[in-house]
Design a protein around this ligand. Structure first.
Ligand SMILES: Cc1cc2nc3c(=O)[nH]c(=O)nc-3n(C[C@H](O)[C@H](O)[C@H](O)COP(=O)(O)O)c2cc1C
Length: 333
């Protein structure tokens, strides 16, 4: 039976229009322009069809952080399923179901974080561990002693790596909380990387080349180009619009991931063509999993995979490395 998720409008296309300003809820901050813009700008990138070739089979597999992926998709961290979707399950259940589906699909997911460390961080991290360790934990940019506390907690768990959503420094609810979040500079990120004890460290919430270079200099194994799905700053540039310049600055020095407004397999293709190594999708997969559990998550992930494979086939790409800038065109509308 489908679970309710009455705080999400469940629109045919998840584009930020119906839920703008709704936090708690799944909307973008303020007028919701950053969320809306992420989706809109992606639609300006178009694929160049090319079927005059002898390609019989396409292979969408890739390797990220030494793990083989069925295709370049990861599920973004979404914390507070109850408060944001209105679904009556704890984050532990959501993340257990999500991790199970991701494992079945040959991809991985991130789990989130919140003020209530037990329910929003510790138990979700445990869920990843119990489902085979094929996921990442994400830590908010708390003051250092809280970061250390969380890193120590996950030391007992099998996880693929540790991320920090540095952009959460802009979440109003957290800035004024008893355990406040703060901006992290290169030195602080270097310290956190050291605490990860050799596990991959990913900095999530990068929107400029300067921030990307600082993350690389701090030793980050990966970055996520992200504006937190438009939840931390209104009128923020769309993530797809900063991808190329960040790729030019740090490609090959770190793994480049991106999120914000990706809705289809062809959207994932666009980011790969512009130089990303992988794409995170948040809201649509979270809704599917929150309402329909493992089955719902499986359904949407396999749909995304077949769309991605179809795009590869129709643009003459047998492997991921064939997907290049020459396969797309950016329209000015
Ligand atoms: C309800 C909700 C909760 C979120 N919680 C977290 C979190 O705990 N940690 C984090 O790094 N990002 C969090 N995010 C941001 C997402 O990980 C991701 O960056 C964003 O949603 C991607 O855009 P998309 O949802 O348009 O695909 C959250 C987003 C939403 C909508």
């Amino acid at each position: 039976m489908k679970r309710e998720a009455n705080l999400c409008k469940q629109c045919p296309v998840c584009n930020g229009l119906a839920c703008k300003g709704q936090i708690p809820g799944v909307g973008g901050i303020g007028q919701g322009n950053s969320f809306i813009n992420n989706v809109k700008e992606l639609q300006k990138v178009k694929l160049l069809m090319d079927v005059v070739n002898d390609i019989q089979e396409v292979n969408p597999e890739t390797t990220l952080f030494n793990k083989k992926y069925a295709f370049p998709l990861l599920v973004a961290p979404i914390a507070g399923i109850k408060n944001n979707y209105g679904t009556d399950i704890p984050d532990y259940v959501y993340n257990s179901e999500l991790a199970k589906a991701c494992d079945e699909q040959g991809i991985s997911c991130f789990v989130g974080d919140g003020i209530d460390m037990e329910n929003f961080f510790h138990l979700p991290a445990r869920a990843i561990h119990e489902q085979g360790g094929q996921g990442f934990v994400t830590i908010k940019p708390w003051a250092m002693e809280k970061v250390i506390e969380r890193i120590n907690l996950v030391k007992e768990f099998d996880v693929l790596g540790i991320a920090m959503d540095v952009d959460a420094a802009g979440l109003p609810l957290l800035r004024n909380s008893v355990t406040p979040v703060e901006n992290k500079d290169e030195k602080a990120l270097r310290e956190i990387k050291k605490l990860c004890d050799g596990k991959p460290f990913i900095v999530k919430g990068i929107m400029t080349t300067e921030a990307a270079i600082a993350a690389v200099n701090a030793g980050a194994d990966g970055i996520v180009i992200s504006n937190h799905g438009g939840r931390v700053l209104d009128d923020c540039c769309a993530t797809i619009d900063v991808l190329e310049e960040i790729v030019a600055a740090v490609k090959g020095k770190t793994t480049i991931l991106i999120d914000g407004g990706f809705r289809t397999g062809t959207d994932i293709y666009k980011a790969i063509a512009l130089g990303a190594d992988g794409v995170l999708i948040g809201r649509p997969i979270a809704l599917a999993c929150a309402t329909e559990g493992v089955e719902g998550a499986n359904k949407i992930i396999s749909k995304l995979k077949s769309e991605f494979q179809h795009a590869m086939r129709m643009t003459g790409c047998a492997t991921i490395s064939d997907i290049t800038k020459r396969k797309i065109k950016k329209q000015t509308m």
